[in-house]
Design a protein around this ligand. Structure first.
Ligand SMILES: Cc1cc2nc3c(=O)[nH]c(=O)nc-3n(C[C@H](O)[C@H](O)[C@H](O)COP(=O)(O)O)c2cc1C
Length: 177
């Protein structure tokens, strides 16, 4: 089984989650490709049987480089006739995850980011096995108080070891499917 972990991180929070996913898969004896999005990312998600895809949430959506990559992939797959009416299922699976701060409306402002990423996979016919929402503190100095006074209360230090343990256990669960 070919496994991909494709992620975008701006301030390092999603990187922590991505690394725990990678390490858990390796501990379970799986090989994987881990790809952090950048300007030149070239990837064909259809080469994989299981894809983990994640990003930090910025203005309700994944980070811009992730959006740009997904738009490029969507256009290319559509051009090649791989995005079909009724999106017939293919034997591939995806897990979509994000880290988010939720200062204004809590998890509701992270849901569009996860749905956005999930739609590329759903359009191609992947089964979306799960969506993981992991809390991530606001790192930039100028907006650090947002980690204290938002809808989620005090989220300083998140994702913390307990959050990452939960991710690890969910990876272990997914790999039993
Ligand atoms: C400029 C900026 C904008 C953000 N906008 C949102 C947002 O709209 N909704 C949200 O839930 N979190 C928002 N966050 C919090 C981030 O999603 C959170 O810290 C996340 O863990 C960052 O992940 P990353 O470090 O992997 O990029 C924002 C953070 C920054 C720095």
């Amino acid at each position: 089984m070919r496994i991909l972990n494709l992620y975008h991180t701006t301030t390092g929070n999603t990187l922590k989650v991505a690394e725990r996913i990678n390490q858990t898969l390796l501990d379970l004896g799986h090989k994987l490709d881990a790809v952090q999005t950048g300007r030149e990312t070239e990837i064909d998600i259809l080469e994989y049987d299981l894809v983990f895809a994640g990003s930090g949430v910025y203005a309700w959506l994944p980070g811009k480089p992730m959006q740009q990559l997904f738009e490029k992939l969507r256009a290319a797959y559509a051009q090649n006739g791989l995005i079909k009416p009724a999106a017939p299922r293919i034997p591939k699976k995806a897990v979509i995850y994000c880290t988010y701060g939720g200062v204004h409306t809590g998890i509701n402002e992270a849901i569009p980011a996860v749905k956005y990423m999930g739609q590329l996979f759903d359009h191609l016919g992947f089964e979306i096995l799960d969506e993981w929402y992991v809390v991530g503190e606001y790192q930039p100095e100028k907006i650090r108080e947002m980690s204290l006074n938002g809808r989620l209360g005090n989220i300083t230090g998140r994702p913390n070891e307990a959050d990452l343990q939960e991710v690890e256990q969910k990876v272990r669960g997914i790999m039993r499917v």
